[in-house]
Design a protein around this ligand. Structure first.
Ligand code: ATP
Ligand code: MG
Length: 359
């Protein structure tokens, strides 16, 4: 996060939206600070685009309020909101050049040629497309078109930029380049932005904070490290990153550490639950070590189902006792003599172990 944020540049309060019987946004609230880059992350159909459309003024919420810089905009028409939008398909005008596409919004605002020209030039320079100004947009690559779409949204100096899966049409490599570029560009401009994605890695790369959405609500809003290290629920754990998960029953809580009986033995985790609660014990793959010993560790013995060599690390897929369980560990390198079918003893620190109420 850059410095100088003020609380709640954008404030969405208790917004609800139904389509027929379906509650698509369910009393949803979120506050985004000035200059902050927040991602909305969630599965298909959870309401990400609907929320963005409500903020842009393309859709009226049934209830709740939306303010930008303290001003109520809930019922203001889209063209009076000063909100820039970049959609998945860019929606560039195919019959116009790059410069004409970028200048379109300025013309719509009644800004004359003399004032528009330097602003278009600046916007083009910002996205490093200056040498392409006179080209028809149809002559550009996907990544270049994406840059034009961002420049077109920024040139009108919006107080808020909304991006709805802007990279989904790009191949993986270009996508990764664009993610870093966009993050640096928006930091340079200092604009407040909301970025929709259903790609968790993309959200981790670009965001100051991530809002994980579940069925029209925000399940957790936190910075990427907190979201990964301290997910608020099994849903967030499952959606962001990988984990080993083992179902069990709480046998007791003592001094802030809960003991859980599982098919792989007694496991401990920081937390507090009533005895006999059904829970899920979880640990991230990089927290697992081979043959660890010591009282501060949990231990499990499992068989390897499969091994994936990923270059910088090796992934172990573990045979787990229950259908709902999941087993994954990552090691910097694979020791000799271990392969699919091997029985291995694994350890992970109690402090790194998480425990959640069973779904
Ligand atoms: N205009 C509409 N009329 C009726 N139902 C709609 C309308 N717009 C969205 N929906 C429904 O609302 C739900 C949420 O849609 P939304 O587009 O917000 O999801 P999303 O999170 O953006 O998903 P995706 O990742 O697939 O883009 C979906 O079930 C969708 O079918
Ligand atoms: Mg969508």
């Amino acid at each position: 996060m850059s410095s100088g944020h003020t609380a709640g540049h954008l404030a969405v309060r208790a917004v609800a939206k139904r389509f027929g019987a379906a509650k698509v946004l369910d009393d949803l609230s979120i506050a985004v600070a000035q200059g902050e880059f927040v991602s909305l992350l969630g599965p298909s159909g959870c309401g990400k685009t609907t929320l963005l459309r409500c903020i842009a003024g393309l859709l009226m919420p049934d209830a709740g309020s939306i303010t930008v810089a303290g001003a109520e905009i809930t019922t203001l028409p889209a063209h009076r909101r000063n909100v820039g939008v970049v959609f998945q398909n860019y929606a560039l005008f195919p019959h116009l050049t790059v410069a004409e596409n970028i200048g379109f919004g300025l013309r719509a605002q009644g800004i004359g040629r003399a004032e528009a020209a330097p602003r278009i030039r600046d916007a083009l320079a910002l996205v490093r497309m200056a040498e392409h100004a006179a080209k028809p947009v149809t002559a550009l690559s996907g990544g270049q078109q994406q840059r034009v779409a961002v420049a077109r949204a920024l040139v009108v100096r919006p107080s808020l930029l909304l991006l709805d899966e802007p990279f989904s049409a790009l191949d993986r490599k270009l996508r990764e380049t664009m993610q870093v570029e966009l993050k640096l560009l928006l930091r340079e401009v200092g604009i407040t932005a909301i970025f929709v994605t259903h790609d968790q890695e993309e959200a981790l790369v670009v965001s100051d904070r991530i809002a994980v959405m579940n069925a029209g609500r925000i399940e957790q809003l936190a910075d990427p490290a907190t979201l990964y290290q301290r997910p608020a629920s099994l849903y967030v754990l499952d959606f962001v990153g990988q984990s080993t998960r083992i179902a069990g029953i709480v046998r007791g809580t003592e001094a802030g550490v809960v003991t859980v009986e599982t098919p792989l033995g007694m496991l401990r985790a920081p937390g507090s639950f009533a005895a006999d609660s059904a829970v899920v014990v979880a640990v991230r793959p990089e927290a697992v070590v081979l043959d660890g010993a010591g009282p501060a560790l949990n231990h499990i013995s499992v068989r390897l189902r499969d091994i994936s060599f990923l270059g910088s690390r090796t992934q172990l897929h573990l045979d787990m006792p229950g259908d709902a369980d999941c087993g994954i560990a990552e090691l910097p390198r694979l020791p000799d003599g271990i392969g699919p079918g091997s029985a291995v003893a694994l350890g992970f620190r109690i402090a790194d172990t998480m425990v959640f109420p069973a779904a």
